[in-house]
Design a protein around this ligand. Structure first.
Ligand SMILES: [Zn+2]
Ligand SMILES: [Zn+2]
Length: 278
């Protein structure tokens, strides 16, 4: 419908917005027609009811049938939905570090600027800029998809890449997990894994200061029998100089979505020491 016909249609605002929604193929009475997102979502069947993520599809029984059930009304299991949330929020929490690395020659916060290095622009780290560019393109393509599906939804006031990634992670993981098209939740997890890997490759380029930690990961994962179990992966820390205000990060070797804040693992280490003293 053209904009003028839409304006004169006498339709309610909600109905007008529905006509603007992106359309998806749906079989109605044996005929394929293209229906608005909300209609397609209302009739989505979510396949065979098993989680569609690459990781969970690899977990099969002896008859080669999948084992990990998806949540009701979703393509993904609880664990994969939670990974999606964490990986999106990781883009947000890594952003400050990427920004700090973007101009390697620039004076760090709190440092005195001497008269000799003022006036000359610091050189840009092209590799860091590339990673930030891919993250921005990826986050924006998801947000565009979201708005095309639901034209009535409002975006947050802060539309920077980290803010939008955090917003998607905190409030909209179900949008991905229960999308009428299976290809969306199937694609986002591996894409995010790649993105987080490339972000970490910039933040910790050498891994020289990688330190194994004598504590195993207490978060959850799906084991090779399709059961939710304690992860148990080896934790390691990327340790920064104590003068570096960005702090250290603790990551699980078994799943890059499993991270622990520095203050949390310091507490865990203290608890372990106390146990040893007894
Ligand atoms: Zn899963
Ligand atoms: Zn883990």
């Amino acid at each position: 419908m053209n904009p003028r016909a839409l304006a004169e249609s006498g339709l309610s605002e909600a109905d007008k917005l529905r006509l603007l929604e992106r359309r998806y193929p749906m079989v109605v009475a044996g005929v394929v027609s293209r229906v608005p997102y909300s209609t397609a979502k209302g009739h989505a069947s979510y396949g065979d009811g098993f989680c569609v993520s690459e990781h969970c599809r690899d977990i099969v029984n002896i008859h080669d049938e999948p084992l990990v059930l998806a949540e009701r009304g979703s393509w993904l299991c609880t664990n994969c939905t939670e990974r999606l949330r964490k990986l999106l929020i990781l883009i947000e929490s890594s952003w400050g570090m990427l920004e700090a690395l973007l101009y390697p020659g620039a004076p760090k916060g709190g440092e005195r600027v001497s008269s000799t290095n003022t006036g000359s622009p610091a050189p840009l780290d092209v590799a860091v800029a590339d990673v930030m560019g891919s993250a921005r393109d990826w986050v924006w393509s998801q947000v565009e998809h979201f708005i095309e599906d639901m034209p009535g939804k409002r975006l947050p006031a802060d539309q920077s890449t980290p803010s939008l990634a955090g917003w998607l992670g905190r409030y909209h993981v179900q949008y991905f997990a229960s999308h009428p098209e299976r290809s969306l939740p199937e694609a986002v997890l591996p894409e995010l894994d790649d993105l987080i890997r490339s972000i970490r490759a910039q933040i910790y380029p050498t891994g020289q200061r990688r330190l194994d930690i004598p504590v195993t990961c207490a978060q959850h994962r799906v084991n090779d029998r399709g059961q939710f179990v304690k992860c148990g992966g080896q934790l390691f820390a990327y340790v920064r100089d104590s003068a570096d205000g960005r702090g250290s990060e603790v990551i699980c070797a078994a799943d890059e979505a499993h991270t622990i804040q520095e203050y949390e693992w310091l507490g865990m280490l203290k608890a372990k020491q106390k146990q040893g003293e007894r």
